[in-house]
Design a protein around this ligand. Structure first.
Ligand SMILES: CC(C)(COP(=O)(O)OP(=O)(O)OC[C@H]1O[C@@H](n2cnc3c(N)ncnc32)[C@H](O)[C@@H]1OP(=O)(O)O)[C@@H](O)C(=O)NCCC(=O)NCCS
Length: 178
């Protein structure tokens, strides 16, 4: 498996993976109407906006690729918040490849990329309250719960989420198995 920065050529693959992961993992939080309807178009528009014509330096998108197929990605907004640091906005691994260390490697590579770009070593993210599997994952890789919020999904659903934080992403970067 290779980890590399995403390019505009990845827009379709990432958007499909993202929509499929939301359909499988966010049901109950995002409305059925959205997940069974507009989600593919919504993600394609979002990723076209993010990666075309070229990815901006204010964000960092890393893909995991195996035999030419994108099997995971992490998208981060560098220096998003003065206190909490860079925001890991999306992290998804293709359904059939979970629990093989891909999410851990994507988080390590994200930490490395963030540390190379900014003096602020902090990393954080939001995870749906119902997504206990992802919360277990974040705790397994050293994240700590640090607050919660009520927000809106891209489709306008009311959602509740926990913040997970890594005040110093150096530990995550060093955890890389490479
Ligand atoms: C959450 C996610 C990114 C984790 O990626 P992954 O590649 O499956 O995770 P890893 O294999 O690196 O897991 C590392 C460790 O985290 C913990 N962990 C991972 N998934 C877990 C789960 N479902 N339940 C409990 N612990 C889990 C384990 O300790 C695991 O180590 P182990 O497999 O040796 O026991 C992936 O499962 C995913 O894409 N989920 C759907 C989308 C999602 O929820 N994204 C997060 C949005 S905030």
């Amino acid at each position: 498996m290779e980890l590399r920065p995403a390019t505009s050529d990845d827009i379709g693959s990432i958007a499909r993976l993202h929509a499929d992961s939301w359909r499988r993992n966010y049901r109950g939080a995002y409305s059925d109407e959205f997940l069974d309807g507009n989600v593919d178009a919504d993600r394609l528009a979002a990723w076209t906006d993010r990666l075309a014509p070229t990815p901006p330096t204010s964000t960092c998108t890393i893909v995991a690729e195996l035999d030419g197929v994108v099997i995971g990605f992490a998208h981060t907004v560098v220096d998003d918040d003065p206190k909490w640091g860079s925001l890991v906005d999306n992290l998804h691994v293709v359904h059939g490849s979970k629990r093989r260390g891909i999410g851990s490697r994507l988080m390590s590579a994200t930490a490395e990329a963030v540390l190379a770009r900014t003096p602020c070593p902090a990393l954080y993210l939001w995870v749906l309250k119902q997504n206990t599997a992802a919360q277990s994952f974040y705790e397994a890789i050293g994240g700590s719960r640090a607050g919660e919020k009520i927000d809106e999904s891209p489709a306008g659903d009311r959602i509740e989420a926990f913040r997970y934080a890594w005040p110093d992403a150096t530990t995550l970067a060093l955890a890389s198995p490479r």
